[in-house]
Design a protein around this ligand. Structure first.
Ligand code: ANZ
Ligand code: ZN
Length: 756
């Protein structure tokens, strides 16, 4: 802004004044009041990494506008904030600073809390919680025990990345080119026992209830459904030639079974090493399997490696046409899905097509699209659509949709197959061999097996008198005072579980604990959860659209079945906001394009930062940061401020009665005001389009400025001016609250702003 422009409003003093008032008066404290309609507004809580970033600013500003708007509309609004405070970064910081992770975590929380308060966010701070607080995780341990007793938790051996030097398990992201990110030593695979939540007991309900979530973005529901991945198809047995073994496959396209020209099995398939015995392929196959298993383990979830495979030397027999087809081990077949074996139909499956081309395997067309004749020699890609069956024995001529049922029925009748539905969703592995997490409340007795910690002994506390040394190893594994205990069943010596829970567990139920954060008699207070839940509006980043939301939905159903909740779904409406980008890339330290909210708040004040982040893009879109935009937002607020300062005599006029009849200018202003009120209401209420709402208010302000400016032809009565001005302040107040409260009182009103 040009230096010559005077009257820059004193945002520092104003913002501080109102923030103190709100805190001191507990303006945003929420209490259950059955006489009023509740509105629970929640933003995804942050990890206390140290400082808030622009993504937080955007997320929390959007939420704050909705919370303030709903309050003005008369709702009893619950708007809480807390800290998702377990996790790896605290451990790394602790190693670096030779301290306890709690120290770093709580220091960050303190600092970030002051940052959030400087943003003027309308939280009920009395409900603040931190998930690393024993007062929080003790209830999670109680849930664990109740779930365990209900059969919803079990132990299973899985393969994990293990660093021998650091004596620790590594997450896939911590393995870089096969080496440990910390010590650069080769990482090995190791079998380890881990704890699992049986989310698959809820698969069908999680899927079906997607239909009830009409307030969620369609794309998020699609991601939920894809993750659950229900597939309807058939299982068919293919006998292995010259052997007693049988390969069972799962297919969603039984109609293509006459076109199977090879089989693909997963490297981990129990028959993989058997099938090559005596074929001269043993060594090559074993080497391939070993390599692929390691590569798969290291692969990032969204990576698609080049398809490759190896012939086992064995064949199997297609039970429908008695064709003898080669069996391959292939890197793209997953052991965890279906049966771990696939009948490959290159003519009608693109993956199989590419594989067949690469290894020169025949391609047989068995589905002809309507009005076309496929020639296997000329095909450049698989035909995956519907059509009429050809080359398919007694099924030739049938339409593919019908043929699916007919072929499955035939297999069933003859005892070599049956219909089957599979899901992609797997049980949730929650064991972490880390320190900074909620201890898993189990005790292992050599006599009695795994025993839950008696509820009276909860919480199992994380020790506070440890430091994490540079090995990065969790001290729990070697800390006798922690793991040495007695068996609750037989009283004999026993070992406490030293794994901690995945931090996704904490974020799966925090929204419920916010309704009664101080409740001591149990995890959740009935009256509180029944009054406040479900969350009416949840707001957060799209990066949490799959796992966090799925786990929170699962937990809600579990807690319902344990008798704590009476809802089926936690979040009625969901808004996933876009990213904040700058110069075409997501703001990040590594890209060096980070804008520090603190710097901006110091320079322009929180209201300007809020206004810009709302104005720059509709919430679900990415927000492209630009400094001119911030300047523009600041200038707009200054103009309003100056207008009021310059027109104090008008606003405080003796005669503030409405003229009996409005002149043309007055009518223009008055009409514009009513149009704006309507527009802002619908933009905020129905679409959260703050940007268009702000433009509308800017237009109203411009109308007011120009009608009352130097070139005015008609005088406008003070009452009409004041009315429009008050509309501007009212409409803007959820977005720039300090500014509006200040001017509202300056124009002779009492705080706080309410919709009249
Ligand atoms: C033969 C076939 C022919 C297939 C055709 C598709 C098209 P969705 O829909 O995702 O469930 N498949 C089965 N098990 C697999 C595994 N463990 N790893 C990798 N792929 C597997 O996919 C089901 C299809 O994926 C199945 O149907 C199978 O290939 C393959 F023209 O069988 B299909
Ligand atoms: Zn025992």
């Amino acid at each position: 802004m040009a230096a010559s422009e005077n009257n820059i409003y004193d945002f520092k003093a104003i913002e501080e004044k109102w923030q103190q008032k709100w805190l001191a008066e507990k303006t945003f404290k929420a209490t259950e009041d059955t006489s009023r309609q509740k509105y629970y507004l929640l933003e995804m809580f942050p990890y206390p990494s140290g400082r808030i970033h622009m993504g937080h600013v955007r997320n929390y500003t959007i939420g704050d506008v909705v919370a303030r708007y709903k309050r003005m509309k008369g709702f009893n609004v619950l708007h809480p904030m807390g800290w998702d405070s377990f996790g790896l970064p605290a451990e790394n910081a602790a190693i670096k600073n030779k301290t306890h992770p709690a120290k770093w975590t709580y220091e960050n929380i303190d600092y970030m809390k002051t940052q959030l308060q400087k943003m003027g966010l309308s939280y009920d701070w009395d409900r603040e919680l931190a998930t690393c607080d024993p007062e929080y995780y003790r209830w999670e341990q109680q849930f664990f025990i109740e779930m365990f007793k209900k059969g919803l938790i079990y132990q299973k051996v899985t393969t994990v990345n293990w660093c021998e030097t650091c004596q620790t398990v590594l997450a896939n992201e911590q393995v870089i080119d096969g080496e440990c990110w910390r010590c650069d030593n080769q990482v090995a695979l190791r079998e380890m026992n881990g704890w699992f939540f049986k989310i698959t007991d809820y698969t069908e309900e999680l899927l079906a209830d997607c239909e009830t979530l009409s307030g969620w973005p369609e794309k998020v529901l699609t991601m939920q459904k894809n993750w659950i991945g229900k597939s309807i198809g058939a299982e068919v047995d293919f006998p292995v030639d010259a052997s007693d073994a049988v390969l069972q496959i799962f297919t969603t396209r039984p109609d293509t079974i006459f076109g199977a020209t090879f089989m693909s099995i997963a490297p981990e398939h129990p028959l993989a090493n058997e099938l090559c015995k005596g074929t001269g392929q043993e060594e090559k196959v074993a080497e391939f399997i070993k390599r692929i298993i390691v590569e798969k383990q290291r692969q990032k979830p969204d990576e698609e490696p080049e398809k490759e495979g190896i012939f086992t030397g064995s064949y199997c027999i297609n039970p429908f046409n008695n064709n003898r087809i080669p069996i391959y081990v292939a890197n793209f077949v997953l052991m965890e899905y279906g049966t771990g074996a696939v009948m490959a139909v290159p003519a009608h499956d693109q993956r199989d097509f590419e594989f067949a081309k690469k290894y020169e395997i025949p391609i047989t067309v068995v589905i002809q699209p309507e009005g076309d004749t496929l020639d296997p020699g000329a095909m450049t890609e698989a035909y995956e659509g519907p059509g009429a069956l050809v080359n398919s024995g007694e099924f030739t001529g049938i339409a593919s949709a019908e043929a699916k049922d007919a072929i499955t029925a035939h297999a069933k009748k003859n005892g070599f197959g049956s219909p089957r539905t599979t899901y992609r969703l797997r049980d949730w592995g929650i064991s972490r061999q880390r320190f900074w997490g909620s201890p898993i409340p189990m005790i292992n007795c050599t006599q009695c097996g795994m025993q839950p910690v008696p509820e009276k002994d909860l919480p199992v506390l994380l020790p506070t008198d440890v430091t994490i040394d540079t090995s990065g190893k969790s001290p729990l594994h070697t800390l006798e005072s922690f793991y040495k205990t007695t068996c609750p069943a037989c009283g004999g010596e026993a070992r406490r579980e030293t794994d901690t829970m995945d931090t996704f567990v904490e974020s799966s139920w925090y929204f419920a604990r916010y309704t009664c954060p101080d409740f001591q008699e149990g995890p959740l207070k009935k009256e509180a959860v029944n009054y406040w839940l479900p969350v009416d509006q949840y707001i957060g980043g799209v990066e949490h659209a799959i796992l966090h939301l799925l786990y929170a939905r699962f937990f809600t159903k579990v807690l319902r079945d344990l008798g704590y909740l009476s809802i089926n779904e936690p979040f009625k409406k969901l808004l996933t906001q876009g990213m904040v980008i700058k110069d075409g890339a997501k703001m990040s330290k590594s890209k060096g394009n980070v804008v520090d909210p603190n710097v901006l708040i110091d320079k322009y004040g929180a209201d300007t930062v809020r206004l810009f982040s709302l104005f720059a893009a509709p919430p679900e879109r990415d927000l492209d940061w630009n400094d001119q935009g911030v300047e523009g937002a600041f200038r707009f607020l200054n103009r309003i401020y100056r207008f009021i300062a310059d027109n104090m005599s008008t606003i405080a006029a003796d005669d503030l009665s409405m003229p009996a009849e409005l002149n043309t200018a007055e009518r223009t202003l008055n009409r514009k005001m009513h149009q704006t009120i309507r527009k802002v209401g619908s933009d905020l209420e129905e679409r959260f389009h703050f940007n268009t709402a702000i433009s509308a208010v800017m237009e109203l302000a411009n109308t007011l400025f120009s009608l009352t400016g130097e070139n005015t032809k008609e005088p406008i009565a003070p009452a009409v001016i004041k009315e429009s001005l008050e509309a501007i302040l009212t409409l803007l107040s959820p977005m720039v609250p300090h500014f509006c409260e200040e001017l509202w009182t300056m124009t002779g009103n009492e705080h706080y702003l309410k919709i009249k």
